[in-house]
Design a protein around this ligand. Structure first.
Ligand code: DX5
Ligand code: ZN
Length: 216
């Protein structure tokens, strides 16, 4: 069954602890933190202090999606603040090999993220050593955008690579998820679905999470 990772970007920041507790009770599997620095993407969100203050509200895994220019410098602060999964972009101008090895040494999970405009083949060289590939289905920076259909091909390609080489990584999809797009990405092979506005703008988190897990 697919795992659901609600993005806190669309949660009520004034009561973030309660939101995290509610979403946990509602059946979420992972908590997705969209970290933006106003440089790598044209928006600013929050830093590691927010993760550490929320840590006591749930036992779920924390995933830090680092949309920042220097994930190689800052990832450790997010790890120390309670992130279990460190997500960074192939588009970041860093030494990806070094960062993968540093994060693994810390026994944290690695999630490599690919933007809509980036060729998926660029991450081929890392597929045997990462835990998750995150396919962005909107341009990063904001919640509530429209799902970009052309990215379905990337999910299908990743699924084919897993079958062919017996890779263990999970496929995660982030951006523009609703019941219709969730069904499409699941069919293409997604294992984890990130959803922000669709969950947090709804009346019942539980209803939406259950339906995202099972919709055809
Ligand atoms: C975009 C973020 C996503 C986004 C998802 O930069 O990475 O996690 O918040 O939000 P929705 O589900 O509203 O598209
Ligand atoms: Zn995200």
């Amino acid at each position: 069954m697919v795992l659901i990772s609600p993005s806190l970007l669309s949660a009520n920041f004034a009561i973030l602890g309660k939101e995290v507790r509610d979403i946990t009770i509602a059946g979420a599997d992972i908590i997705h933190f969209d970290v933006m620095d106003g440089h790598f993407v044209p928006n600013i969100t929050f830093g590691p202090m927010v993760l550490s203050s929320i840590r006591k509200y749930t036992n779920l895994l924390f995933e830090a999606h680092l949309m920042i220019t220097n994930p190689d410098i800052y990832w450790k602060q997010f790890s120390d603040a309670g992130a279990d999964i460190i997500g960074f972009h192939i588009e970041s101008q860093i030494n990806h090999k070094h960062l993968i090895s540093d994060i693994h040494k810390e026994s944290k999970k690695i999630c490599l993220v690919v933007n809509p405009g980036t060729k998926i083949a660029l991450i081929e060289q890392f597929l045997s050593e990462i835990d998750i590939v995150l396919v962005m289905t909107v341009n990063p920076g904001f919640g509530g955008q429209k799902f970009l259909m052309q990215n379905l091909k990337k999910i299908e390609w990743l699924t084919a690579q897993k079958d062919k080489h017996n890779y263990k990584f999970l496929i995660e999809v982030d951006g523009g998820i609703n019941y219709k797009t969730a069904a499409l990405v699941k069919k293409a092979g997604a294992d984890i679905i990130v959803a922000g506005s669709f969950i947090f703008k709804s009346k019942s988190y539980k209803h939406v999470i259950n339906k995202l897990k099972c919709c055809k």
